[in-house]
Write a protein that binds this ligand. Structure first.
Ligand code: PEP
Ligand code: MG
Length: 605
């Protein structure tokens, strides 16, 4: 080994983080560390006489912040990135927050920045302590708004990346949403951060901007120096600092291979879902408010099988009005459907609040929230809120094909009560002369073992079933889906779960309706093949997973999938979840030897 190679070896380091936005990048780094010291705010008490002036400084800063955020929203167009900044506006104008800041200025009396740090900082810390990663992420929004205020009051410019003149990989301790969108897109090859999770804003925004990203790398921003080179693999979640020649060559080979596999996936992504023998399947997308609708068609989605409406509540931290809901649902129908083909439909799932999805400010008063008053149980206890949502969904159905779906149903009585509320909502709209589709499709989620076992009772009441395997697994195995310690039990290929899916498919066939799977297992080609063999007709998943699932299903005939399902039915008497999974994976490998490599590139977030 020559001395150069030896020094290369010494300095090379490969770090593992979380795959946040897939894709590959290699290039020099641009190191960005957020300097909190810039905004050190001493508790500044001011004389009584300055109160009006400090109130005015705060109000002017709020107006300026509003203008800046409005500009960002306009720049981002519709979609998830814009919705991040819509949340910032909501924080900025939050009446509680505004009155508390003004009261604090008066009671100190304090300078505007001191009051902001005390009040807004207090909210930020409260959210930072929350366990739910979605809510914890709100801390980042509040911090971003706080920093915007302080920047304005200190007369500073927004974070400037203007010194970037040639393509770089941004390596940062963390990036606030406003910093992420301020990046010069054409010069940013990739993003690597110390902090963040797959659901953090930097992950969401880098996916929306199409920039490969790895987050949660620990201390990458301290390990690199300006001018260092890195290799970033956003599919596998690794970053290699100062690669040696051999590692760089391996990386180039990997990128070439990924390109070849992308080309293979591209062959089918715009074709309708189908098996090798031509048996049609529908491959549709799971979305929530804020997902960029344009990306659905690009990934080959044939509709939306699950629109998670609860994110409207979680995002706003309160119950949205009928008009707000109608605005969001009708926008989805109008903006998404035209590009997804004439058969496309959007399935709105009614509010699935409770369990781990707790609204801001709501108190968790139940000892067992997952077994408590969640989803339709809550809705049926709040019929006004339920009908408000149903009216908003029905009104959106006047603009294109829609379906309404009830989550967490356990009994036929509950389902009938939901349908009665739907009927009432229709009568209310008729009374007001408002348009809607009176034949809107109705579906029920199969998420409880009770619903699966007695699916024959449910089938006559609806047009379709949609199996939520995420919850079905947790309720069947009695294993909290968010608890790492019992994750070893949570397999959709567990024989108990497989039997419940099989039962649901059989009972839906006998009842003359079809079954969809919209839990995460639909996005795993290994499980998707088994579900299709059991009789599932529609698979709904994160849009980015669609091309790989489509590709794999096109290599298998309907008869082969059914034979696999038959084999697995027998295996359920003697095999574990792992053994059943291995059998299905081996079957796919026999059809598609490249499957594992393709999966490593394409089935990450
Ligand atoms: C499910 O439980 O599988 C499902 C799709 O619903 P959620 O993940 O939103 O609970
Ligand atoms: Mg669920």
């Amino acid at each position: 080994m020559n001395s150069d190679a030896a020094s290369d070896e010494r300095r090379m380091a490969t770090l593992s983080g979380l795959a946040a936005s897939r894709g590959f990048a290699s290039g020099p780094v641009f190191v960005h560390r957020r300097d909190d010291g810039d905004f050190a705010v001493q508790d500044a008490v001011v004389p009584e006489g300055r109160i009006p002036a400090e109130l005015e400084r705060y109000r002017d800063a709020r107006a300026q912040a509003r203008r800046q955020i409005d500009d960002l929203v306009a720049r981002m167009g519709d979609g998830s990135a814009a919705s991040v900044f819509a949340n910032h506006l909501a924080i900025l104008e939050d009446p509680l927050l505004v009155s508390q800041v003004e009261d604090t200025i008066r009671s100190g009396p304090y300078a505007a920045e001191t009051a902001i740090r005390r009040v807004v900082g207090g909210f930020r810390e409260m959210f930072g302590r929350m366990e739910d990663p979605y809510l914890r992420e709100r801390e980042r929004d509040i911090e971003d708004v706080e920093r915007r205020f302080l920047r304005i009051l200190h007369g500073r410019e927004e974070t400037s990346f203007s010194s970037i003149k040639s393509p770089v990989i941004i390596v940062a301790d963390d990036l606030a949403p406003s910093e992420t969108v301020a990046l010069p897109r054409e010069l940013v090859l990739g993003i690597a951060t110390d902090h963040g999770s797959a659901t953090s804003h930097v992950a969401l925004l880098s996916r929306a901007l199409g920039i490969p990203a790895v987050v949660g790398l620990g201390d990458v921003s301290l390990r690199v120096h300006p001018g260092d080179r890195v290799l970033l693999d956003g599919s596998n979640g690794t970053v290699t600092v100062n690669p040696d020649t051999a590692t760089a060559a391996d990386f180039r080979r990997l990128v070439r291979r990924a390109k070849e596999l992308t080309a293979i996936l591209d062959e089918d992504r715009q074709l309708p879902g189908a098996m090798k023998d031509g048996t049609p399947l529908k491959i549709v997308a799971n979305i929530q408010p804020g997902v960029p609708f344009g990306s659905l068609a690009a990934f080959g989605a044939q509709g939306v099988g699950l629109y998670r409406t609860e994110y409207l509540w979680l995002g706003a931290g309160r119950e949205p009005s009928e008009e707000e809901q109608f605005g969001a649902y009708s926008e989805a129908v109008k903006a998404a459907l035209p590009s997804l083909g004439p058969e496309a439909r959007i399935t709105f799932r009614c509010l699935d609040i409770g369990g781990d999805k707790i609204m801001r400010g709501a108190k968790a008063v139940e000892a067992n929230p997952f077994l408590g008053n969640r989803s339709v149980r809550w809705l049926l206890g709040h019929p006004d809120a339920f009908r408000t949502q149903l009216r908003a969904i029905l009104r959106a159905s006047a603009f294109g094909k829609a379906a309404v779906m009830y989550p967490m149903i356990a009994t036929r009585t509950e389902l009938r009560r939901c349908n009665e509320e739907l009927q009432r909502a229709m009568d209310e709209l008729r009374g007001k002369g408002q348009d809607f589709d009176p034949n809107i499709m109705r579906g029920v989620m199969i998420e409880t073992p009770a619903a699966a076992i007695c699916a024959d009772q449910l089938a006559p009441e609806v047009d379709f079933f949609s199996i939520g395997t995420n919850d079905l697994v947790q309720y069947t195995l009695a294993a909290d889906r968010g608890n790492e310690q019992v994750a070893y039990l949570s397999h959709p290929s567990d024989p108990a779960v497989v039997r419940l899916v099989d039962t649901t498919c059989r009972l839906s066939r006998e009842g003359g309706i079809y079954t969809c799977v919209c839990g995460e297992s639909a996005a795993d080609p290994v499980m998707a093949v088994l579900w299709v063999g059991m009789g599932v007709k529609v698979l709904s998943m994160a849009a980015s997973c669609i091309p790989a699932v489509k590709k794999v299903l096109r290599t298998v005939t309907s008869a082969e999938a059914q034979a696999l399902a038959e084999e697995v039915r027998t295996a359920c008497s003697s095999c574990s979840a792992e053994e059943i999974y291995a059998r299905c994976r081996d079957f796919i490998l026999s059809k598609m030897p490249d499957f594992e490599q393709m999966r490593s590139f394409f089935t990450a977030v």
